[in-house]
Design a protein around this ligand. Structure first.
Ligand SMILES: NC(=O)c1ccc[n+]([C@@H]2O[C@H](COP(=O)([O-])OP(=O)(O)OC[C@H]3O[C@@H](n4cnc5c(N)ncnc54)[C@H](OP(=O)(O)O)[C@@H]3O)[C@@H](O)[C@H]2O)c1
Length: 262
C-alpha cells in the first residue's frame, strides 16, 4: 500500500476557492446571503439566486465592492421549468457552476390539518423538488464537462428530531434533503461530485424572525441561551467546499450550538 504523502502540503486543508463558480439559492437574506459572501471572500465567483432581485443586486454590489465577483440570477426554485435557464445565466456570466449551495427554503408554520394544498405544494417544491431538480441540472453539466463539483444542501436539525408545533412538513422535507444528500453522493461519487449537507439549529435570519413573531423568543431554553449567528456556519461551509475535502461526501453535519438533544 502506497501513501503519497509527498503530493499533499502539510496540513492539507486549503479552502482557497479561486477559479470555482458557486451558485447559492436563497441568497437574498439570512444564511444564504452569508454563504454567498463567505464563498466570494474565499475566492469563488458567485451567482446569487432568489426571487427578490433588488436584494440580490445589493448583494452583488457589496461583493464587488469587496473585490469579489458576483452576478444576480432571478429564480423561483418552485418553477422547475425555469431552473435550467437560471443555471445557464449563471454559467454565461461566470463559467461552469462547480459549487451548488441548495439553501432556499421556507417554513410551513401550520398544523398539518390546517394546511391548504397550495402551502403543501409550496413547501415541498421549495424545500425538496427545487433542490433535486437544480442538483440534477448542475450535475448534468459537470458530468458533460468532466469536471468535479461540490454540493452543499441545507437541511435542519428539525429534519432529525421533531417535537411538534406546526413544522411537520418542514421536518419531512428537511429529512428528505438529508437523505437526498446521501443518495446523490453515492450516485455521483464516480463523477467526483461531492454532495454534503449542513443541518443548522436555530440561527438568526428572517425565517427565525418569523418564528419568534409566531411563538416568541425561545433562545433562553437553549444551554447557551442564544440563537446562532450565520457567521458560525462559515467554517463548516468552507470545509465542505474546500478542495482538500475531496474525500468527504454523503455527510450531513449538524451545527446547532448544542441547542438540541441527540
Ligand atoms: N435560520 C435557521 O435557524 C435555520 C435552521 C435550519 C435550517 N435553516 C434553513 O436554512 C435555509 C435558509 O433559511 P434562512 O433561515 O436564512 O431563512 P430566510 O432568511 O427566510 O431566507 C430564505 C431564503 O430562501 C429564499 N427563497 C424562499 N423561497 C424561494 C423560492 N421559491 N425560490 C427561490 N428562493 C426562495 C428567500 O429569497 P426570496 O424570498 O427573495 O426568494 C431567502 O433568500 C432554509 O433552507 C432553512 O430551512 C434555517
Amino acid at each position: 500500500m502506497t501513501i503519497n504523502e509527498d503530493q499533499f502540503p502539510l496540513p492539507y486543508n486549503s479552502s482557497d476557492l479561486t477559479g470555482q463558480v458557486a451558485l447559492v439559492t436563497g441568497a437574498s437574506s439570512g444564511l444564504g446571503r452569508r454563504f454567498a459572501r463567505t464563498l466570494a471572500a474565499a475566492g469563488a465567483a458567485v451567482a446569487v439566486a432568489a426571487r427578490r432581485v433588488d436584494r440580490l443586486t445589493e448583494l452583488v454590489a457589496e461583493i464587488e465592492a469587496g473585490g469579489g465577483t458576483a452576478v444576480a440570477v432571478e429564480l423561483d426554485v418552485r418553477d422547475a421549468a425555469a431552473i435550467a435557464g437560471a443555471v445557464q445565466r449563471a454559467e454565461d456570466a461566470l463559467g461552469l457552476v462547480t459549487i451548488l449551495i441548495n439553501n432556499a427554503g421556507i417554513p410551513d408554520a401550520q398544523y398539518v390539518t390546517r394546511m391548504p394544498l397550495e402551502l403543501i405544494d409550496s413547501v415541498i417544491d421549495t424545500n425538496l423538488r427545487g433542490p433535486f431538480v437544480l442538483s440534477a441540472e448542475v450535475a448534468r453539466r459537470l458530468i458533460a464537462a468532466k469536471r468535479p463539483g461540490r454540493m452543499v444542501n441545507i437541511s435542519s436539525v428539525g429534519g432529525f428530531s421533531y417535537s411538534g408545533g406546526g413544522a411537520a412538513l418542514y421536518s419531512i422535507t428537511k429529512s428528505a434533503i438529508a437523505r437526498m444528500t446521501e443518495v446523490l453522493a453515492v450516485e455521483w461519487a464516480r463523477f467526483h461530485i461531492n454532495v454534503n449537507g449542513i443541518a443548522p439549529g436555530a440561527f438568526s435570519s428572517e425565517m427565525m424572525d418569523g418564528m419568534i413573531a409566531r411563538v416568541g423568543d425561545h433562545s433562553a431554553h437553549f444551554p447557551r441561551g442564544r440563537y446562532g449567528d450565520p457567521a458560525q456556519l462559515d467554517s463548516t461551509l468552507l470545509y465542505l467546499c474546500a478542495p482538500s475535502s475531496e474525500a468527504v461526501t454523503g455527510t450531513v453535519i449538524k451545527v446547532d450550538d448544542g441547542q438540541g438533544g441527540r
